[in-house]
Write a protein that binds this ligand. Structure first.
Ligand SMILES: Cc1ncc(COP(=O)(O)O)c(C=O)c1O
Length: 369
């Protein structure tokens, strides 16, 4: 019997997630030394110095299993956000919490409603659980919550809302969310994925933790983005005590490593690092948008640390040429957006270098060089 005959049917249905190109891979392929990664919405400033110091302090403890309950990190999160420790779960990245939600709540054939395009992991996780995935198109590059609501049936179990969204960088407002939540069928769990929460400065951006008592709601956040700790893999979520109990019952006992736990606990304290990161992104985003305007390029207005920009039919070519210059951006064909790239806002020298190379490539293309 072939391996293909042995594998679960749902595994044959998925397209494995392809992350942004790793720096190490580009170094190997192009024999380059100096690489700028602007592909995976990481923090170009790095992690908080407090997090790095905490890791150094605990390095010698790695012979021991981590605390499976993440007690100290939960305590720090509970204090910071005014939550109960029992209402928290820590994940190996917020990716893991998305997967835990599916693992805990989705039976074969249950409906999972998502937007399209959006963060790819929702569809992947749901497909692997044999769910029926209902994908609702974006409207003008934003979640269309009214259309999403209209697709909810008595078989809908889970709705994922990335707010802000990736890859668009757009967000849904408080009013939109409130109207969405009003009268939602009781069996629906709404998963608010807020990996980019800290970057948003818009007044009408909702505080979804306020809705936790209203129906079944999960709110997830990440340490990979503004906290600059993507390499450690750590994220968290809050929900009712009962939901958290079921998420905990399907997670691996030691899902979050020891160094990630101490680093995240220390990073929560470092307000200055968060403010510096926000400022870098605010300034860099304005700069890049102004330059895109000058180049007459369409882009989606972003409240995050990345921008989705339309480069037309040559986007794939431009992506490859940028790679050759040591600049990694995100190629978007996996999202069905092959005319676009997604660029993560970097430090100002990185933003300038990216633009300089982009302009050169566009100029050459125009001249037919
Ligand atoms: C919308 C969204 N949710 C979740 C994640 C996963 O983040 P983490 O690194 O915490 O797993 C990402 C990462 O890119 C994201 O863009």
């Amino acid at each position: 019997m072939s391996v293909k005959q042995l594998v679960r049917n749902c595994v044959l249905k998925i397209k494995p997630y392809k992350p942004g190109k790793p720096i190490e891979e580009l170094k190997r392929e192009f024999n380059l030394r100096d690489i700028r990664k602007m592909a995976s919405n990481e923090n170009a400033l790095g992690a908080s110095a407090k997090a790095v110091a905490a890791i150094k302090k605990h390095l010698a403890d790695i012979n021991r299993y981590p605390d499976g309950e993440c007690f100290y990190l939960k305590k720090a999160l509970a204090k910071k956000y005014g939550l109960k420790v029992e209402s928290l779960i820590i994940g190996n990245g917020s990716d893991e919490i998305i997967n835990l939600a599916v693992r805990a709540f989705i039976n074969k054939g249950d409906e999972v409603v998502i937007a399209e395009p959006t963060f790819l992991i929702y569809k992947l996780a749901a497909t692997l659980a044999d769910a029926k995935v209902i994908a609702v198109p974006l409207k003008a590059y934003r979640y269309d919550l009214a259309a999403i609501k209209s697709k909810i049936t008595n078989r809908t179990k889970l709705v994922f809302i990335a707010n802000p969204d990736n890859p668009t960088g757009s967000y849904v407002t408080r009013d939109e969310i409130e109207s969405f939540l009003r009268g939602l069928p009781k069996q629906v769990i709404v998963f608010f994925d807020e990996a980019y929460y800290e970057y948003v400065e818009s007044e009408d951006y909702p505080n979804t933790m306020k809705y936790l008592g209203r129906g079944h709601i999960i709110v997830s956040r990440s340490f990979s983005k503004i906290y600059g700790m993507a390499g450690l893999r750590i994220g968290w979520a809050t929900a009712s005590r009962e939901i958290i109990e079921y998420l905990n019952s399907v997670r691996e006992p030691f899902n979050v490593n020891r160094l990630a736990q101490v680093a995240a606990t220390a990073a929560l304290d470092d307000k200055k690092h968060v403010e510096r990161s926000k400022k870098m992104v605010r300034i860099g985003r304005k700069f890049l948008c102004e330059e895109f305007n000058k180049l007459n390029l369409f882009y989606v207005r972003s409240v995050t640390n990345f921008i989705l920009v339309n480069l037309g039919g040559k986007a794939g070519f431009i992506y490859s040429r940028l790679l050759g210059k040591g600049i990694i951006v995100r190629e978007m064909s996996d999202w069905g957006l092959s005319n676009f790239i997604r660029v993560t806002i970097g430090t100002m020298p990185e933003n300038r270098l990216f633009l300089k190379e982009l302009k050169k490539i566009m100029f050459e293309l125009k001249k037919g060089v």
